[in-house]
Design a protein around this ligand. Structure first.
Ligand SMILES: *Cc1c(COP(=O)(O)O)cnc(C)c1O
Length: 401
């Protein structure tokens, strides 16, 4: 039995079966490249769902990790730590907001945002006790806690996990009229992904976000943008909201915040909102820890120093153009923005999984999403030559029978 088979079997035996990964076992990684336990090299075209935008094992992050780990890793928030102030100041400046509430995983940051907008609904908007509503979109993905899956439109995420938290209203994504019709005096917020990642890189019609943002302002509703996957350069702008000049009231970030070295997430808002939280209202033992904070500070500097946002825009446009030009009987259409692309296959293609498996044999790791979409989202440090290397393989596989 190969080492790969042994490790997978061990995982099957002792691990929970809540994922269906491709049969590849990675042992090391650098930049856009990962290596399996058999010594085979692959290009990573998923980038850990955009958590490694800065590339795998970035040497600068490695250095910070080691130095900070030798100095201090965790104090809890019972005390201050010397990284937290700089982290908050730098992340706030990067995101154009006044204040930061640090958490760890994306789902925790979304939960934090839900608490914040509800509290605003009661304390500022004057919604009657326990009546606040948050409008969310069909096809959303905001994480896996019971509250969050409770407002998913994906039945698989919910089955057997109820009862769920009330106070959420689903509307079709990208449909301004449906959103407008759903707003009422109890609406405290619209929680939305500016581009839906897990739904298969779904880009709403131009102007959608702008129009909902304007209506939010008019109807006294907070706009909470979940940029956990779309943020930090993935779409060719710092944040996906930037494409429409929209400034959300609440910005939720995670994933690439610490370049894949550590789970760091955060909710950002201006003081008038963030100050609705007082001591004891919310917290996290690990949130804002010095190790994560030091890593996140360096991860942000890398995005700027290496011009990764611009690179995402330029190379994304090139990649998208070339993918759209591929003459394949299987492709329905190609969508996306920046280095975040969904190749949508026709029903006759027989599902995206077999293409991802064929791409794996060609040395390219992608993951299907929702049966018929191949998602392409490499680390943003990818070079033009590497993009063309990937294109050769994609073209070959997309033309197979
Ligand atoms: C990944 C993701 C989350 C959840 O983040 P976790 O770190 O897995 O909890 C939330 N929202 C969006 C848009 C995501 O892509």
């Amino acid at each position: 039995m190969s080492t790969t088979a042994q490790i997978i079997e061990q995982n099957e035996t002792y691990g929970a079966h809540n994922y269906h990964p491709l049969p590849v076992v990675i042992e090391k990684a650098q930049g856009v490249w990962v290596y399996d336990v058999e010594g085979k090299k692959y290009m990573d075209c998923l980038a850990a769902y955009s958590a490694v935008n800065q590339g795998h094992c970035h040497p600068r992050l490695q250095k910070v990790l080691i130095e900070q780990a030798a100095r201090c890793t965790l104090t809890s928030r019972a005390f201050h730590n010397d990284q937290l102030g700089d982290f908050c100041a730098e992340l706030a400046a990067f995101c154009g907001k006044e204040a930061v509430l640090p958490m760890n995983t994306g789902a925790e940051a979304v939960e934090t945002a839900i608490k914040l907008v509800r509290r605003w609904g009661y304390d500022v908007k004057g919604i009657a006790a326990d009546q606040a509503e948050i409008i969310v979109c069909e096809g959303n993905f905001h994480g896996r806690t019971t509250t969050i899956v409770g407002f998913s439109s994906e039945k698989e995420y919910q089955r057997g996990f109820g009862p769920f938290t009330p106070g959420f209203k689903l509307v079709p994504y990208g449909d301004y009229e449906a959103f407008a019709a759903a707003v009422n005096q109890n609406t405290c917020a619209f929680l939305v992904e500016p581009i839906q990642g897990e739904a298969g890189v779904v880009v709403p019609e131009a102007g959608y976000l702008r129009r909902v943002a304007d209506l939010c302002k008019e109807r006294k509703v907070l706009l909470a943008a979940d940029e956990i996957q779309s943020g930090f350069g993935r779409t060719g702008r710092t944040f996906a909201c930037d494409h429409e000049g929209v400034v959300p009231d609440v910005l939720i970030v995670g994933k690439a915040a610490a370049g894949g070295f550590y789970p760091v997430s955060a909710v950002l808002a201006d003081r008038r909102l963030m100050d609705l939280f007082g001591p004891g209202d919310h917290g996290s033992t690990f949130g804002g820890n010095p190790l994560g904070a030091a890593l996140a500070r360096e991860a942000l500097r890398i995005l700027t120093d290496e011009k990764l946002v611009e690179r995402s825009a330029d190379l994304g446009e090139h990649l998208m153009g070339k993918l759209r030009a591929i003459d394949s009987p299987h492709i329905d259409h190609v969508r996306g923005v920046g280095l975040w692309i969904g190749i949508v296959l026709k029903p006759s293609a027989g599902g995206a999984r077999r293409f991802c498996e064929a791409l794996m044999d060609e040395g390219l790791l992608c993951k299907e999403t929702h049966e018929n979409v191949i998602r392409i989202a490499p680390p943003l440090v990818i070079t033009p030559e590497e993009v063309d290397w990937a294109l050769d393989r994609l073209e070959r596989v997309l033309k197979m029978d």
